[in-house]
Design a protein around this ligand. Structure first.
Ligand code: S3P
Length: 437
C-alpha cells in the first residue's frame, strides 16, 4: 500500500526570532520509561518525548503488563508509570511492534532476552532492514535464545527468555543502543557484565541506572554492572529538551542572516554536545546559559545568532556525540565558506535511511555540491541553495534538515513525506512557523 504524502512548503523568511521549548529528549525518555517499568513504585516523567518512537516503547511495555498512562493535558506531556518491579513483566499476548524505532527494538531486545517468557518483536520496513546481528551476537554469548530473519541479521526477532550470565564484551561499533541492551540483560544475569566501548557513546542508561540504585561503575570507556538484588527505585524527573531536536534551530539560527533564537532547557550531556562543538568550530555565535543538573543530566539555555560559518573536518571520537545531527551539519556545510569533510560515520548508512546517500541526494537537488565517501561526505560550501521538490525518504532527521535548508534557499522548497518529523518532533513545523512569524 502506498504511504501517505504530507507535503510541507518552506520559504525563506526575513527574520528568525523567538524562544523555543524543545520536546523531551528521546533517548532519555525511552530509558526513563523502561527503567521505571522495572522499578517498584509510581513515577511521573515530565516532558516525556512526544514523538512516535517513544510511544512505540510505551505500547510495548503496556503489552508486557506495565501500567502507563498520560496525565491529562498540561503544558508538558507527563507520563505516569506504575513499575511492576524486578520480576513483574508478563508474557505479551501478541507480537510487539517497535515500528520505526531502533532504540525500542534494541533496548527491549536486551531486556526481553532475560525474561522467563517468549516474545516476538517486529518493526516497520525501515527497521526490519536495519542490522540486528550486532544485538543478537552479544546476547547469545550471555546465554540468550534470540533469533532473527536472514540468518539472525534482521527483525522480526524471536526471543525465548533465558537465565543469562554476565559477560565481558568489547563493542565493535560505538553504539549506545547495543551497550544499553547488554546492560539491561545484565541486570538479570548471574555475575557482572562489563562493556568496553571503542569511544564513548551517550551514557543516559548508565546515569539513570546509577540514579535508580543499580550497582554500576564507569571507568574510562568501560561500564561494569552487577545484577539487581532488589528492584530499582522509581524516579520522577523532568526530561531535558532534546539537543538533537534543538540542532535544527541551532543551525537555522546560525545560517539565517537575521536571527536570534533562545532554546530553553536543552540537554547538554557531554556525550551529546558534538553539535555545539562543531558549530562553535565553524564560527557560530552560540552562548550556553543557566547550566544546571536534573536527575544527573545537565541542561542549559542556548542562544544562537546569525553567524558567518566556515567549513570543518569532523571524524573520530566526536562522531557518536553528533551522529544524529550529521544531516543538519551537512546543511550548515552547504552554506559555510570552504569545505566540510565528514569521516568515520559509516553508521549513517544503517540509520532510518542510508543518510550518506539520502542527505547528499536531496541536498544536491537544492544545488549543493557533495562528494560521497564510504564513511561520510565532502561538502563544498558557499553555493547558494535554490528551492526545489525534495523527499524525506520517511526519515525524520532528513525531513527537519531539509526544512532548514529550505529556510535559507532561494524560492520555495517542497518537502514530500514531511510527516516523518513525527518520529521525534511532532511540533517541529509549528515551532518553525512560530519563529518565522
Ligand atoms: C540512540 C543511539 C544512537 C542514535 C539513536 C538513539 C540511543 O544509535 O543514533 O538515534 O538512544 O541509544 P546507535 O546506538 O545505533 O549508535
Amino acid at each position: 500500500m502506498a504511504k501517505r504524502n504530507i507535503v510541507k512548503v518552506i520559504k525563506s523568511c526575513s527574520r528568525l526570532e523567538g524562544e523555543l521549548i524543545l520536546p523531551g529528549d528521546k533517548s532519555i525518555s525511552h530509558r526513563a520509561v523502561i527503567l521505571n517499568s522495572l522499578a517498584s513504585g509510581e513515577a511521573e516523567i515530565v516532558n516525556f518525548a512526544p514523538g512516535k518512537d517513544c510511544w512505540s516503547t510505551v505500547s510495548c511495555l503496556k503489552a508486557l503488563g506495565v501500567g502507563i498512562r498520560k496525565k491529562p493535558p498540561q503544558d508538558y506531556p507527563i507520563l505516569l508509570v506504575s513499575g511492576v518491579g524486578k520480576n513483574g513483566l508478563k508474557e505479551p499476548a501478541n507480537v510487539l511492534n517497535a515500528e520505526n524505532s531502533g532504540t525500542t527494538m534494541r533496548l527491549l531486545g536486551g531486556l526481553l532476552s532475560s525474561q522467563p517468557f517468549l516474545s516476538i518483536i517486529t518493526g516497520d520496513s525501515s527497521l526490519r532492514s536495519r542490522p540486528m546481528g550486532r544485538l543478537i551476537q552479544p546476547l547469545r554469548s550471555m546465554g540468550a535464545e534470540v533469533y532473527g530473519r536472514g540468518k539472525d541479521s534482521f527483525a522480526p526477532l524471536v526471543i525465548r527468555g533465558e537465565k543469562l550470565h554476565g559477560i565481558e564484551f568489547s563493542l565493535p561499533v560505538p553504539s549506545a543502543q547495543i551497550k544499553s541492551a547488554i546492560l539491561l540483560a545484565g541486570l538479570f544475569a548471574h555475575g557482572r557484565t562489563v562493556v568496553h566501548q571503542p569511544v564513548p557513546s551517550r551514557d543516559h542508561t548508565e546515569k539513570l541506572l546509577k540514579y535508580m540504585g543499580a550497582e554500576l561503575e564507569v571507568d574510562g570507556n568501560s561500564v561494569s554492572l552487577s545484577p539487581l538484588t532488589s528492584s530499582l527505585a522509581s524516579i520522577s524527573f523532568p526530561v531535558p529538551g532534546d539537543i538533537s531536536s534543538g540542532a535544527y534551530f541551532l543551525v537555522g539560527g546560525a545560517l539565517h542572516p537575521d536571527a536570534r533564537i533562545i532554546i530553553k532547557n536543552c540537554g547538554i550531556n557531554p556525550t551529546r554536545t558534538g553539535i555545539t562543538d562543531v558549530l562553535l568550530a565553524m564560527g557560530a555565535k552560540l552562548k550556553i546559559k543557566h547550566e544546571r543538573v536534573e536527575a544527573g543530566e545537565p541542561l542549559a539555555d542556548i542562544v544562537v545568532e546569525s553567524s558567518e560559518l566556515r567549513g570543518v573536518e569532523i571524524g573520530g571520537s566526536i562522531i557518536p556525540r553528533l551522529i544524529d545531527e550529521i544531516p543538519v551539519i551537512a546543511v550548515a556545510g552547504c552554506a559555510a565558506r570552504g569545505k566540510t569533510v565528514i569521516r568515520d560515520a559509516a553508521e549513517l548508512r544503517v540509520k532510518e535511511s542510508d543518510r550518506i546517500a539520502t542527505v547528499s541526494k536531496e541536498l544536491s537537488r537544492l544545488g549543493a555540491r557533495i562528494e560521497l565517501l564510504p564513511d561520510g561526505m565532502v561538502i563544498h560550501g558557499g553555493k547558494s541553495l535554490v528551492g526545489r521538490e525534495v523527499d524525506t525518504h520517511f526519515d525524520h532527521r532528513l525531513a527537519m534538515s531539509l526544512a532548514i535548508a529550505g529556510l535559507v534557499a532561494k524560492g520555495r522548497t517542497i518537502i514530500n513525506h514531511a510527516q516523518a518529523a513525527q518520529m521525534s518532533y511532532p511540533a517541529f513545523w509549528q515551532d518553525l512557523q512560530n519563529l518565522t512569524a
